[in-house]
Structure formats: C-alpha cells, structure tokens
Design a binder for this molecule. Structure first.
Ligand code: 3HC
Ligand code: NAI
Length: 696
C-alpha cells in the first residue's frame, strides 16, 4: 500500500496529500505522515507555503475512531496540529467533502482555510459521547466566537461552506477544482505578504460572559438528559474564554479523556459502528445484484400508508397510493399535505417543495394502474383475509420481478407470500409509527425471499433515509416481540403492587423517552387490546389472562386520543397525570383476584422490565431471527428511543453483566415457572462462560 500521506511540489508551494480511504481518518499512519511531510516541507528552502488536502471523497473526517480504547501511539493528534501551527511557513487547508472532528481540528491548526462550495465542516464528537480533543474547543471559539462554537460543538451538526465563510471559519470558498483554487489563494497570500495566523494567539471575539454558558446548559438540559458529553463540551468552551490557551488545552484534554473512558462514549461509539454494520447482512454476498427501483406503490392510505408514501416522495421517488374508497384516499392525502405544510411552517422545507412532493404521490383506486411499479408496500388492515385479497390482486397485476412487501406488524410473512405465485419476491418492510419520522425499518426475510430482493430492500432503506435491519419471521419480529414481553411484565408489576407511575419513572430514568404505560397511551390502548382479544379467540390456551388494562379499554380509556388511558391528559398536553379512577380499577382488579399488594422496589422494576427483554433478545438470536446482537441493539435505538448512551438493550446487558442477569432470570423462572422467564440457552451459555453478548 502506498504512503497514506505524501508531499509534492507546485513551484514554491508544497502539497501535502492525505490518501487513506475511505474517509482519510487520522489514524497512526496518517499522523506520522502528516508530521514527516511537514518537516520535509519546512526543511525545503524552495518552498514558501504548504497546502494540506485530502484525496478521494473528503478532507479527514476525524480521528480514527477504531483506535479509541487502544494504547495511544505517538505522535498524538494535538502534537501534530501544534507542529503545523508552530511551523515557520504559511500553511493552508484545502477542504472538500466533510472536514469533521480531528479533520477540522487539523484545519484549525493551519493559518488559512479554503473550502470547496460543496464541503461541510463540523465538530461532531459529541455524537460519539466525546468532545473535540485536539484543540477544537479552544481554537474554534477564538475564530468564530463562543456562542457559535457552542452551537457547533454541542449541537454536533456540520455547517456548509457558505455558512463557514460567513462565520469566518473559512477564508475562501471555491468551485471547480479545489487544488487550483487553493493554489491561487495561497499565491495571493504570498504576493500580499499575508501574515501568519495562529489561532492560539487570538482572543475570543463577541459574548464571553459566564451567563452564556449557564443559559446554554439550561437550554439543552431536557433534550440531552442522560448524555455526559454535551455538558463537558460546554465546560471546555468556557475554558477557552476563561483560561490562557495552553491551560485551556490542558482542560480540554482532561475532559476528553474522562469522556473517552466513560460507558456513555463506549455505547455511542458502538452505535456508530453498529448502525453501519447492520447494512452488511451476514451470508449475503456484497456483490448480489440489486433490482432497479424507480417507482413504488403503497396500498392503504391510513396511519402507516400515508407516512410510508411520504418517505418515497421525500427521496424523489414517484409513488402511487391506492385505497378502496375515494373518501379514504382523500383523507389520507389531506393528512399527508397537512404534515408537509407543518414541516414547511417550521421552515424545514419550502412551499414549493410541498407541492413537488405532493406531485410525486399519485392517488389511485385501481390495481390495474400498478402494472409498471417496481415495488409495492401493503399497509392495509391487520387482518389475514384482507392481506390475502390484496396480495392476490398484486400477484395478478404486478409485473414479473416487482417486489411485493408487507408492513404487517404481527402476521406471518410466509403465509402472506404463499398467497402469491412468487414468494421469492415477497418480504416484510415493517415501518415504525410515525412512518415518515421513525428511522427504523425492520426488513423481514421470508423463507423463500430471494437474495437480490433482500439486497434491494436493504439498499433502498438507506436511500429513503432509514436504518434497515434484516430480521426473520416470528410474531412481532424483533422489536415488538421484546416490547410485548416488557409491557406484560410492567402490567404484572402493577398487579403485584407497583403503581403505573412508579414503573414509568424507573424506565424513564433509565433513559427511555417515556415509560411503558405512557407509551401504550400514546399508541392507543385499544391496539394491544385487539391483539389480546384475537389471541383469546384464536388460541385461548396461550392467550394472556384478562387484566386491569382490558377493563380500562372497556371503560373507554383508550389513551391520549380519549385524553384518558392509564393516565389522564389535559387538552393539548401530553403530560401523563396519575388517575384516581385508574387506581380504583387496579385496586378492584387486585381484590377480585385475591392479590395483596406488596411494596415493589425500583430495582425490582428495572430488573424485571429489562431482564425479560434481554432474555427474549437472547432467544431471538438463538433462533436466528436476528443475526447479531448489534441488529437487536440498533432496532431498540432507532425504533423505540432506547438511550443511545446505553448502546442498545444487549450492549447495556453486557455492561450490567450477563451472569448477573442470568442469575436473576433463573431465580424468577424457578419462582414462577413462567415460560417467558425460562433462561434462553444462549444466556445460559454466556453466563457459564462468563462472557457477554459482544465479548468473543
Ligand atoms: N474513524 C474510523 N472510521 C470511520 C470514521 C472515523 N472517524 N468515519 C467513518 N469511518 C468509516 C465508517 O465506519 C465506514 O466504514 P465501513 O465502510 O467499514 O462501514 C466508512 O468509514 C464510511 O463511512 P460511512 O458509511 O459513514 O460513509 P458516509 O459517506 O455515509 O459518511 C462521514 C461519511 C460523514 C464522514 C461519516 O462516516 C461520519 O460522520 N463519520 C464520523 C465523523 C466523526 O464523528 N468524526 C469525529 C471523530 S472523533 C475525533 O475526531 C476526535 C478528535 O477530536 C480528537
Ligand atoms: P389504518 O387502519 O390506519 O389504515 C389502513 C388503511 O388501509 C385504511 O385507510 C383502509 O381504508 C385501507 N384499506 C383497507 N383494506 C384495503 C384494501 N383491500 N385495499 C386498499 N386499502 C385498504 O391502519 P394502520 O395503522 O396504517 O396499519 C396498517 C398496517 O400497518 C397493518 O398491517 C399494521 O399492523 C401495520 N403497522 C401499523 C403500525 C401502527 O403503529 N399503526 C406500526 C407498524 C405496522
């Protein structure tokens, strides 16, 4: 392999090129190369200035995250950057692609920055549970002011080149060939005898009062609940205004290393890689050809169908939306339009974009218009007879090779596939509600689904901005199967003596956006009720026994939509309020069933609600419904708001200790004999070997 960094010459200007695919991350080889090329350029009397530029798709996108947690190898990134800043020749960074994290910090060690008009620049370390640890928290405020630096460092969102120019983060924006632009810019600097510009020597401009930092902290307190890094980022930027540069750098290092060894950062880095890894399906050849998806149809314009159609319109893919009746179609389209208009009101899209997207959604009442589409996603009522009618029609009208997908959340995808003469073209695409917002897509592989169908759907997930995870067929797939076990346990805890608000608080405090009961109020209590009633009819021996939640539904308490569910709600407010009526129903349920309520500790709630999910997750892995622990974790992060800083249910389990979890699961199984608590073989094996889901 050629050197990751090389020095070439264009007249009196040295060009240091970083060539380390895929993103020129600043691993050991790159740092060494940057250092030696700079030294060579400094020693070369024929050179007056140096340009640093990235090959391939980007300027360095950061430190090499894979090196974190391993013994550091010198030179460190701060050392390299300091050497660039201290060098006695003019240094210019030429930026394209995404100059992120350590990449931008390298650019901040240069005197001037030129960016291609399409470039983006940012310090996104906070998303990995870190802060910029190579001078970024000290140099950026000196260049753009503390307020802007806080926005960029705590928010972690990159800015576009034009905005970077306005902020003074870059000195020139060029289009066309970046190197030509950077050479011209550097020659102008030399001709003008432009001064060196060491950011460390600058003062922080603008507002630097202490209130700025306390206000900023308050403004993020709710949204960043549980995260450590954003608050450390604020402290580090504050050091830039309060301390001399070198002391500020020391403070930054101290805060950085504290975060680096924190479980939160380990979890967030795990999620970064897991999110990318889920796209690589074990056993599916990377070269599997993909079917061409140019046009799509969605069947059913209800809650899910409308949102699903929006995903495609957002990605510029034309979509036909089919309903049985005109009024249902009109209603569905009106909701889509209203959603787009609300987004436009918030300034996220323009009025013109609303119309462009609406124009991509073509309403229809006739299956005969679906003959040319490449993919159909069915989102009609959750009823096998209705699904059968739809798939029979699709099999009749769709062209050979069209992919036929179902959004079912509980029905057997193999049975649905068997309604067609082409089960190899059928799979599940299980979107989460609201389908235009939630990023998770459980792609369900049927027994006969063809590899190229899987490859196409996984690729398409990314195209429409989703995180697609491949799962197998079972009731509830991965996410809802685990969720149902937790919900049942939450109900059981209340049966035994906990209050719904106590259960909710424990899981909220763990980091979930809401507890199990607030969640069922949001989704609608009738949804679970209908599923239970179906099971009671179809499979009475295995159906869940009646409990107090059935009584709530029968009393008309359906959740937020009736402003009364497990909790009460005030008009226009989603805050759950404990309800004396519900307490009375629960008490009656306990009395009727001869239950004497007992005190239940928060720890017991945590263990029972979470360990039951871990055990189910292990069964899911054992059965091959999910291929890897990371698939399960990504589903929980993107489908249910599991806190990113805990890395997913199974990553969290490893942090607790699988042996500890197994012991408790086994203890509860011995006490209850309940099948749900029967330890999964995988959990048993891991506990015996003292391993975790992720430890090899
Ligand atoms: N280190 C190591 N590998 C990285 C990496 C990094 N900083 N950034 C990306 N990669 C890898 C990805 O894991 C992926 O590997 P794979 O092909 O084996 O799955 C490959 O590069 C391509 O990445 P993406 O699939 O994400 O490609 P995209 O084109 O969609 O996105 C990107 C490119 C915008 C650069 C995106 O990868 C990204 O956001 N990367 C992380 C940027 C970041 O967080 N930088 C800060 C790092 S921490 C730091 O710098 C600390 C410093 O302050 C001391
Ligand atoms: P919904 O009741 O809101 O919408 C269903 C729509 O399908 C209605 O507009 C109805 O008119 C239409 N429809 C019924 N039969 C039809 C037919 N034969 N041809 C064309 N259209 C027909 O239901 P929802 O919630 O959108 O659910 C749809 C599917 O999505 C179900 O399979 C459900 O299990 C699944 N799902 C639902 C989620 C949710 O949170 N609501 C989440 C994930 C999946």
């Amino acid at each position: 392999m050629s050197d990751p960094v090389s020095l070439s010459r264009d007249g009196d200007i040295g060009i240091i090129r970083i060539d380390y695919p895929p993103v020129n991350a600043l691993g050991h080889g790159v740092r060494t190369g940057l250092q030696s090329c700079l030294r060579e350029a400094m020693a070369d009397d024929s050179l007056q200035a140096v340009i640093v530029i990235g090959e391939g798709k980007t300027f360095p996108a950061g430190a090499d995250i894979r090196e974190f947690g391993k013994p550091p190898q010198p030179p460190s990134l701060p050392e390299v950057i300091n050497e660039y800043e201290a060098s006695d020749k003019l240094v210019v960074a030429a930026i394209h692609g995404t100059a992120l994290g350590g990449g931008l910090e390298v650019a901040l060690g240069c005197d001037y920055r030129v960016a291609l008009d399409s470039a983006r620049l940012g310090l996104p370390e906070v998303n990995l549970g870190l802060l910029p640890g190579a001078g970024g928290t000290q140099r950026l405020p000196r260049l753009v002011g503390a307020r802007q630096a806080l926005d960029m460092i705590v928010g972690g969102k990159p800015v576009k080149a034009a905005q970077a120019r306005e902020l003074g983060l870059v000195d020139d924006v060029v289009s066309g060939d970046l190197l030509d632009g950077a050479l011209a810019f550097t020659r102008r600097l030399l001709a003008d005898r432009a001064p060196r510009r060491r950011i460390r020597e600058m003062d922080v401009p603008g507002d630097t009062g202490a209130e700025l930092f306390s206000e900023f902290e308050q403004s993020i307190a709710r949204k960043q609940r549980g995260f450590k890094a954003p608050f450390s980022c604020i402290k580090a930027v504050q050091a830039a205004v309060e301390l001399p540069f070198d002391q500020g750098i020391e403070r930054e290092r101290e805060l950085f290393f504290k975060l680096l060894i924190s479980p939160e950062s380990a979890a967030q880095r795990h999620v970064f890689f897991a999110e990318r890894e889920v796209a690589k399906v074990p056993g599916l050849d990377k070269t599997t050809p993909k079917r061409d998806i140019q046009t799509v149809a969605v069947i059913g314009a209800g809650t899910m169908g409308g949102g699903i159609a929006m995903n495609f319109a957002n990605a510029g893919i034309p979509v036909k939306l089919l309903e049985v009746k005109q009024d249902a179609l009109d209603k569905g389209l009106a909701i889509i339009r209203r959603n787009y208009q609300n987004t436009a009101k918030k300034g996220r899209i323009s009025a013109e974009q609303v119309e462009q997207r609406m124009a991509l959604i073509q309403p229809t009442l006739s299956y005969d218009e679906l003959g040319d589409v490449d993919l159909v996603i069915e989102a009609v009522f959750e009823n096998m007879d209705v699904k059968k009618a739809v798939f029979t029609e699709l099999d009749r009208v769709c062209k050979p090779g069209a992919i036929l997908a179902t959004n079912t959340s509980t029905l057997d995808v193999n049975r649905i596939a068997a309604f067609t003469g082409r089960p190899q073209d059928v799979m599940g695409m299980h979107f989460f509600s609201p389908a235009n917002v939630m990023r998770l897509l459980e792609n369900v592989r049927g027994d006969k689904t063809a590899d190229d169908v899987i490859a196409t759907v996984m690729d398409l997930s990314r195209r429409i901005g989703k995180v697609g995870v491949l799962v197998g067929v079972c009731h509830g797939f991965v996410g809802n199967r685990m969720l149902h076990k937790r919900q049942a346990e939450a109900v059981q805890l209340v049966n035994e003596g906990a209050s719904p608000q106590q259960v909710d608080k424990v899981l909220f405090d763990l980091g979930f956006p809401m507890g199990p009961f607030a969640m069922s109020d949001l989704a609608g209590m009738d949804v679970g009720y209908r599923i239970r009633e179906e099971l009671r009819k179809d499979d009475p021996d295995n159906a869940p026994p009646r409990n107090w939640t059935d009584e709530l539904v029968e009393a008309g308490r359906l959740g937020q939509k009736t402003r009364a569910g497990v909790f009460d709600y005030q008009e226009g407010d989603r805050t759950p309020i404990p309800s004396p009526d519900v307490d009375a129903i629960i008490e009656k349920y306990r009395r009727d069933n001869g239950i004497t309520p007992r005190h239940i500790s928060d720890q017991e709630i945590l263990e029972r609600c979470m360990y039951v999910m871990v055990n189910e997750g292990a069964k899911i892995l054992e059965e091959g419904i999910a291929a890897r622990p990371l698939d399960v974790d990504v589903i929980w992060i993107y489908g249910y708001g599991f806190p990113v800083y805990r890395g997913g249910v199974l990553f969290w389990a490893d942090q607790v200790g699988v042996k500890t979890i197994f012991d408790k699961v086994n203890e509860i199984y011995q006490q209850t004999g309940s099948d749900v608590w029967k330890p999964a073989q995988l959990l048993t094996d891991l506990a015996e070997q003292n391993k975790g889901f992720y430890s090899k």
